[in-house]
Ligand binder design. Structure first.
Ligand code: ZN
Ligand code: ZN
Length: 123
C-alpha cells in the first residue's frame, strides 16, 4: 500500500513485484496479486482496465481520468471535475459501482517522434 501511495504511475502487477522484490526477497507474485485484490475489494485501490494487456493499479483517491497513449501505452492522469462525469442512465435494476473515464490518444513525446520521422521522410 505504501508503494502504491508513493508511486502514482499506475503500475502493473509485474512492475510492483519487480520493484518490491529487492526489499522483500521472499515475496511471491501470488502474494502481490492477492494483496492487490484485497485492496481493490476494500476500495483502497482502483483496478484500471485501460490497458488491454495489463491491469494497472491506482491508489490515487482524487477524482481524475486517464489518458493512454496508443503508441507507447503510457498512462497519464488528467484532471476531472465532478461535473464532467456523465450521468448514469441505466435502468433501476443496474447497480452502479464505479465510473471510470478513459481517453485514448497520442502523447506529446510520441507526437514529437512522429514529426521527426515525417521530416526525415520528406527530406
Ligand atoms: Zn506515447
Ligand atoms: Zn490514476
Amino acid at each position: 500500500m505504501q508503494y502504491l501511495l508513493q508511486n502514482f504511475t499506475h503500475p502493473t502487477v509485474d512492475q510492483i513485484y519487480a520493484d518490491l522484490l529487492p526489499d522483500m526477497p521472499t515475496l511471491s507474485k501470488a502474494t502481490v496479486y492477492n494483496t492487490l485484490k484485497l485492496f481493490v475489494d476494500k476500495k483502497a485501490v482502483k483496478a484500471i482496465y485501460i490497458d488491454e494487456r495489463n491491469v494497472r493499479y491506482d491508489a490515487q483517491t482524487r477524482l481524475h481520468a486517464h489518458f493512454k497513449c496508443r503508441r507507447c501505452n503510457t498512462i497519464r492522469e488528467v484532471p476531472l471535475e465532478e461535473s464532467d462525469v456523465p450521468p448514469f442512465r441505466g435502468t433501476p435494476d443496474l447497480q452502479l459501482v464505479e465510473t471510470q473515464i478513459y481517453y485514448l490518444g497520442i502523447c506529446g513525446k510520441c507526437a514529437e517522434q512522429q514529426r521527426t520521422v515525417s521530416t526525415i521522410l520528406v527530406q
